[in-house]
Design a protein around this ligand. Structure first.
Ligand SMILES: [Zn+2]
Length: 298
């Protein structure tokens, strides 16, 4: 029933009539998007942007803000090295202006979003403090640019939160928001004790019984364990000054980027290259049914 409801509301995806001239790849996984960045490091047709944990020996150890690509690809790689505990508001204060500027300057023909869920609060490897709301806000922000957008999964090391995250984001992208209370199913036990769709932020436990916010230890009479307070990701180590400097630097990188390429990807086939065996997917007729397999050449 749920799947049917989502399908019923989904809008048909427009079929591009020609290959995109440029692609913006945005990576919100907590790890640096090093593989994709390296693949297109010298290309000015793929702009990569990665928002990731950097420093302290965190894997893979690449993704400095000064890494901007090379050769023709110089200034077509954006890297936002972040520290532990970044919150929804702090993340948005960097992500939104940098992406707005990048899309305005690069004018991508298509967007790819890698939605790694290990940037969520409570991930077993990640050290950020994003709620599922903040994570989804980054994804839906990219969709609002109105470009053909491919949304991918990514990392994630707390399985129940990965499922929550991508289910919620699928619903948000399809305009089919889901109920907060999870329906009973054969995996219900994984989602206790609250059985909610949302992934909340982690909040610092109180020692003195004062202060605001939800306290995980409110119902306990014993003092909190010091080890709980030393867990990574509880405090936002990204100061406003640090984020402002990072934002300024990334906006300078965007400004230094050349103009958007004018020739479509794949539009420069060498004259001696063999003819393709079949029409590319991009040329598939717009009226073809979704379930109809592409015609095979005889
Ligand atoms: Zn990851």
């Amino acid at each position: 029933m749920r799947e049917g409801a989502v399908r019923a509301r989904a809008r048909p995806t427009p079929t591009p009539s020609s290959p995109p001239r440029s692609v913006l790849y945005v990576d919100i996984d907590i790890h640096h998007g090093d593989g994709v960045e390296e693949a297109f490091l010298t290309s000015n047709r793929v702009l990569t942007a990665s928002f990731h944990k950097f420093g302290g020996g965190f894997f893979p150890g690449t993704g400095s803000v000064h890494n901007v690509g090379s050769g023709e690809g110089s200034h077509y790689a954006l890297n936002a090295p972040l520290r532990d505990g970044i919150t929804d508001d702090a993340y948005a204060s960097l992500f939104v202006p940098v992406m707005d500027a990048a899309v305005a300057k690069f004018d991508p023909g298509a967007i790819v979003v890698q939605c790694g869920a290990d940037s969520l609060a409570g991930d077993r490897l990640g050290r950020f403090n994003l709620s599922s709301t903040g994570h989804a806000a980054a994804v839906t922000h990219m969709a609002r640019y109105g470009r053909p957008t491919l949304v991918l999964g990514g990392g994630g090391y707390k399985i129940s939160n990965v499922a929550r995250c991508w289910a919620g984001e699928t619903g948000a992208l399809l305009g089919a928001p889901m109920a907060e209370q999870l329906p009973a199913n054969e995996y219900t036990d994984f989602y206790g004790p609250d059985y909610q769709l949302a992934v909340p932020v982690r909040e610092r436990e109180r020692r003195d019984g004062g202060g605001g916010g939800r306290c995980a230890l409110d119902s306990h009479s014993s003092p909190p364990s010091p080890s709980l307070q030393s867990k990574p990701g509880l405090d936002n180590a990204n100061s406003p000054d640090y984020l402002a400097t990072l934002r300024t630097t990334l906006l300078k990188h965007v400004a230094a980027m050349g103009s958007a390429p004018s020739v479509a990807i794949g539009g420069e086939r060498p004259p001696d290259a063999p003819e393709p065996e079949a029409a590319p997917l991009w040329d598939k007729g717009a009226d073809a049914g979704d379930d109809e397999p592409p015609a095979r050449p005889e």
